[in-house]
Write a protein that binds this ligand. Structure first.
Ligand SMILES: NC(=O)C1=CN([C@@H]2O[C@H](COP(=O)(O)OP(=O)(O)OC[C@H]3O[C@@H](n4cnc5c(N)ncnc54)[C@H](O)[C@@H]3O)[C@@H](O)[C@H]2O)C=CC1
Ligand SMILES: CC(C)CC(=O)C(=O)O
Ligand SMILES: [Mg+2]
Length: 337
């Protein structure tokens, strides 16, 4: 396997080291190339994401990423809009896959969490994140700022089909989350697409929630969800809350997938670079390690994926109350393999 590794910024470097440690333990011989994308390189060279970077990444089977963005060093938005999102767009990562599961032994802040096991299929290349919009008269009392959500039939349909496939392979329930009562243009396209594609999946029950109500259900009754399909912004927000109710953001994994298989897919924790705890080895690397599980599974290494997932589960069930450092958690998971 040829693996591109982008540790990135803040705790991205700390948690990625642990995910690599686990990958090396379970699948010896992985050929790794490290890419130094992020704040430091940007400050040194002014490079965000170059054509040569994208070409080099395309030479790999998959990408493991930590986190991009560091507001302590670079203004908010520069690296996110100039590097992280262009990476996802250039490699056509249209399926942003974010599973949420409350593993046995994990602590949820919910009093009665019940069984939580759902997958968010977030559209990854469109919506409000494409950079459509602008600002005029900036800094004056007459400033006007716009961001426009871009939704194409092509983009919506391919991710909706992917979500139906996943629902058909799971518990046969798909929930569209949107805000069709207000966002009538994009929402209308999403709703019609789900209704039309559902005809090809008669065994899948289709549900709909407005985004605001979905936040209630995620806390009150998360078991109602199996597969959630939604746009780029809503999916971003839902999955931080989903992480928080399933043992913490430090355990939430994700995959940015080009389902056509043309480009390498990229696996990363749901969380960001956490500047508040960076540099102290306090971050939980479980999300990065579970992202490596998604990577292994995506590349067909199912046995290795199961081994790591079992090791994580065993670690979570047996961990005590003591605080553990980032490498201590990585080592404990390697030991549990
Ligand atoms: N995919 C990516 O590369 C992402 C990048 N970001 C960027 O990261 C930077 C920081 O963003 P924030 O809004 O602070 O979100 P964040 O996810 O980095 O942190 C939010 C909170 O969660 C905690 N946290 C995050 N990961 C943790 C872990 N593994 N273990 C324990 N605690 C953890 C942090 O300490 C913080 O209190 C920003 O520049 C943002 O744009 C944010 C989200 C995703
Ligand atoms: C910084 C954002 C563009 C990324 C993010 O928060 C996410 O993908 O979850
Ligand atoms: Mg996010």
């Amino acid at each position: 396997m040829k693996l591109a590794v982008i540790p990135g910024d803040g705790i991205g470097t700390e948690v990625t080291a642990e995910a690599v440690k686990v990958l090396d333990a379970v699948l010896p011989g992985i050929e790794k190339t490290e890419f130094d994308f992020g704040a430091e390189r940007y400050l040194r060279t002014n490079d965000l994401l170059t054509d040569a970077d994208v070409a080099a990444l395309r030479e790999h089977d998959a990408i493991l990423l930590g986190a991009i963005g560091d507001p302590r060093k670079v203004a908010p938005g520069v690296l996110e809009r100039g590097l992280l999102l262009p990476l996802r767009f250039a490699l056509d990562h249209h399926v942003n896959l974010r599973p949420s599961r409350l593993y046995p032994g994990e602590r949820s802040p919910l009093a009665e969490p019940g069984e939580i096991d759902f997958v968010v299929v977030r559209e990854g290349t469109e919506g409000l994140y494409t950079g459509n919009g602008g600002a005029i008269r900036v800094g004056t009392p007459h400033e006007v700022a716009t961001e426009t959500s871009m939704n194409t039939r092509f983009g919506v349909e391919r991710v909706v089909r992917d979500a139906f496939e996943r629902a058909a392979a799971r518990r046969n329930k798909l929930t569209l989350v949107h805000k069709t009562n207000v966002l009538v243009n994009g929402g209308g396209l999403w709703q019609r697409t789900v209704t039309e594609v559902s005809r090809d999946y008669p065994g899948v029950e289709v549900d709909y929630c407005h985004i605001d109500a979905a936040m209630i259900y995620l806390v009150d009754n998360p078991s109602r969800f199996d597969v959630i399909v939604t746009d780029n912004l809503f999916g971003d927000i839902i999955t931080d809350l989903a992480g928080a109710v399933t043992g913490g953001i430090g355990t939430a994994a994700s995959g940015n997938i080009d389902a056509s298989g043309t480009n390498p897919s990229m696996f990363e924790p749901v969380h960001g670079s956490a500047p508040d705890i960076a540099g102290q080895q306090l971050a939980d690397p479980t999300a990065a390690i579970l992202s490596a599980v998604l990577l292994l599974r995506h590349l067909g290494h199912e046995a290795e994926a199961v081994r790591v997932e079992d090791a994580v589960e065993s670690f979570l069930s047996n961990r005590g109350e003591d605080e553990m450092s980032t490498p201590e958690i990585g080592d404990a998971i390697v030991a549990a393999l």
